[in-house]
Ligand binder design. Structure first.
Ligand code: SF4
Ligand code: ZN
Length: 328
């Protein structure tokens, strides 16, 4: 017979998760509080919580578990802390995968009574993710699908936030995402990203036209976010992105999960290192980077042409060999 494990906090209810780094078994209710306390801690630590009153937040709602959790928790806080929010879904045009997530986003927003806006990558950037991938594959480019799709998504979120006159963009990045990004920057030797991401826990930038970001799940492990999502009964899609496996992130993810399994709390330690290292190099590295505005679209960029416009130009050039699939 399988023995029922009780929650270590309330000592009453059945545990639904074992949090190894804290040595805690938690029930649904106590996990909920645990995750929401971490969100409050992230928002307080950066001083964002005290500034939310009267603000307008754009929330990047992709229909995945993390962005749904972030939307749900921020929506709960919006009354108490008196801020407004609107969800934005960037439709990458990845067939059923995008369609099903869009339906989930619309359904959630209706249920919670949150306004939403759907932004089509095809309409805004002139190309969908599958079209971009097709050009990259045909031209044997080493650029990975997520490198284009991710840049376009971030670009569109900032553009929409500017258009909406929003004060912050909220994203669902969890602790695992942050650790993976840090390791990827280390591998690429990308010191600028490490410096830029140093205070990604609510860093307020002073770059004109770059809307500051908030990451409420910054201290939440992916596994905690998943169990929070499941126990809250949110709808999930059965499909995963067909291009995800080509990304380096997924190799790093496996590697870090293995490390965490062998040494519980490893992810926390890497996150702490990321913050410390980033903060200590931030001024030196970023003071040498002059923020300008893209000569093509006017968006903030450290170079003459921003990465999104650079990728658009590259795709146009490559597509000219394929009957001008992409001519914008
Ligand atoms: Fe885009 Fe990559 Fe995310 Fe798929 S996994 S939606 S290609 S960023
Ligand atoms: Zn540009």
């Amino acid at each position: 017979m399988i023995e029922m494990v009780l929650c270590d906090l309330c000592k009453k209810r059945k545990a639904v998760i074992k949090i190894r780094y804290a040595g805690l078994n938690l029930c649904k209710e106590c996990l909920s509080k645990f995750v929401e306390q971490k969100v409050m801690l992230s928002l307080k630590r950066t001083g964002v919580l005290g500034k939310l009153s009267g603000k307008y937040l754009i929330i990047a709602l992709s229909g995945g578990k993390d962005s749904i959790n972030a939307t749900y928790i921020m929506h709960k806080l919006s009354q108490e802390y008196d801020f407004k929010m609107k969800a934005v879904f960037v439709d990458e045009g990845i067939g059923e995968y995008s369609k099903q997530r869009r339906a989930i986003v619309m359904d959630l927003c209706k249920k919670l009574g949150i306004e939403y806006r759907i932004v089509s990558m095809k309409e805004e950037m002139g190309i969908s993710t599958p079209e971009a991938v097709s050009i990259l594959v045909k031209s044997r480019s080493s650029i990975k699908p997520c490198s284009v799709c991710g840049v376009f998504r971030r670009y569109l979120l900032n553009k929409v936030a500017l258009d909406e006159n929003a004060d912050y963009v909220v994203t669902g990045h969890n602790l695992d995402d942050e650790v993976q990004t840090f390791i990827m920057s280390l591998i690429r030797g990308d010191i600028r990203s490490i410096a830029r991401e140093a205070c990604s826990l609510g860093y307020e930038n002073d770059v004109p036209k770059l809307v500051s970001r908030i990451k409420p799940l910054y201290l939440v492990y992916e596994r905690e976010s998943l169990v929070y999502f499941i126990t809250h009964g949110f709808k999930r899609i059965s499909l995963s992105c067909p291009y995800a496996r080509f990304s380096m992130r997924y190799v790093i993810r496996e590697m870090i999960n293995d490390l965490e399994y062998r040494r519980p709390g490893m992810k926390y330690r890497i996150l702490a290192l990321k913050e410390r290292l980033g903060k200590s190099i931030r001024e030196t590295v970023l003071s040498s980077v002059e923020m300008r505005h893209c000569k093509i679209c006017g968006m903030p960029s450290s170079r003459d042409i921003c990465r999104a416009c650079e990728l658009k130009e590259l795709l146009v050039k490559l597509s000219q060999n394929y009957k001008g699939i992409y001519t914008k």
